[in-house]
Design a protein around this ligand. Structure first.
Ligand SMILES: Cc1cc2nc3c(=O)[nH]c(=O)nc-3n(C[C@H](O)[C@H](O)[C@H](O)COP(=O)(O)OP(=O)(O)OC[C@H]3O[C@@H](n4cnc5c(N)ncnc54)[C@H](O)[C@@H]3O)c2cc1C
Length: 311
């Protein structure tokens, strides 16, 4: 049923990188909710897999000394949604993770897999774009040069802004032997912000987004003006995307005016297409409607907290 050439269970990050360097055609398997489906469909028939399951160093969420949130890639959607740090500091991500699939998928699917598959509909991606998430990628050091025994591979880490990680549909900035080992959100990117993610799908569960919209804002103390706005969409282009022109235009604007303008401005900036799921015209209507609703919800959250920042 599953045509797999070779399955290797890595024992740690170094071992995983070494296994991928030793067999450059092998691919990582995390939760397997994408990979196994593709193997069964025949698209990845005969593949060799390097599993990251059970690697404790790739799991968990913690706060670094300077307030940066560090999320390891093998964290599942269910773990993200339940995590006290995420719920308290970036509840928008807890909510976005809770929109994925159904309970079974949310217990096996990982944050890392959701980003590394390079898919525009990934439910956590647009939210992470609004937090300027920085991705930590670990792979073979350049000076190791592929020489010698892969088991002796020297490791190097690099940090990649999420917007640069996405290189095209299904294509992310991971070279041979490289794996995603962490994701960081700096405190200045979440403190004081209130946001909301809205997924529109053709049914309420077990369906990928027809369009996803993430709005993340900082309001003034009276919630009368927008001090800052970050706006991102999934399925409004070949990869998840921010709307820098709309963000710049709305910064400093009275909230009433911003609510009136966000939809039209965003619709002029995105590039959705027709697909069997929805027409381009319908997706543009979703962009207009969901951006306004998400901004309104962010404002309501801010008002509920009396304009107080997430601590
Ligand atoms: C029934 C069903 C419903 C779904 N519904 C949704 C939905 O509503 N929203 C949504 O966004 N997605 C949905 N998905 C897609 C999928 O569940 C998610 O994308 C999930 O996050 C994939 O994570 P995973 O751990 O299972 O990844 P895997 O399938 O293990 O891997 C996915 C890809 O990422 C790579 N990869 C994984 N981890 C790493 C790493 N640390 N470093 C390098 N590469 C890595 C793998 O090589 C592979 O290319 C659904 C899938 C199914 C089967």
């Amino acid at each position: 049923m599953f045509d797999i050439e070779r399955y290797y269970q890595a024992t740690d990050i170094q071992d995983a990188v070494a296994a991928l360097c030793a067999d450059p055609k092998a691919m990582v398997i995390a939760g397997g909710s994408d990979v196994l489906v593709e193997i069964r469909e025949g698209k990845l028939a005969g593949v060799s897999l390097v599993s990251l399951q059970g690697l404790a160093e790739l799991k968990g969420i913690r706060l670094e000394e300077d307030g940066t949130l560090l999320i390891r890639p093998m964290t599942t959607f269910a773990e993200l949604t339940a995590d006290p740090l995420i719920r308290q500091r970036i509840p928008m991500l807890a909510h976005a993770a809770d929109q994925v699939g159904g309970p079974q998928i949310r217990h096996v699917g990982t944050l890392g897999g959701n980003l590394c598959n390079g898919v525009t509909s990934a439910d956590t991606a647009s939210t992470l774009f609004t937090f300027n998430a920085m991705l930590e990628v670990t792979g073979p050091a350049a000076d190791w040069g592929g020489k010698g025994d892969p088991g002796d591979v020297l490791l190097a880490k690099k940090q990649i802004p999420i917007a640069e990680f996405y290189q095209g549909p299904g294509k992310v900035a991971l070279g041979t032997g490289e794996i995603l080992t962490g994701l960081r959100i700096a405190s200045e990117d979440y403190k004081g912000y209130h946001g909301h993610y809205i997924k529109y799908a053709m049914r309420n569960a077990m369906d990928i987004a027809t369009l996803g919209c993430a709005v993340n804002c900082r309001f003034d103390a009276a919630c009368g003006h927008l001090e800052d706005l970050k706006l991102a969409f999934g399925v409004a282009g070949p990869v998840p995307m921010r709307c820098p022109e709309t963000e710049a235009a709305l910064k400093g604007m009275a909230v009433g005016q911003a609510l009136n303008q966000i939809g039209a401005r965003a619709a002029a900036e995105v590039k959705p297409r027709d697909s069997w799921r929805a027409s381009k015209a319908f997706r543009l209507q979703l962009v207009r409607e969901l951006s306004r609703r998400a901004l309104q919800q962010a404002l309501d959250f801010a008002r509920q907290e009396g304009g107080a920042a997430h601590a």
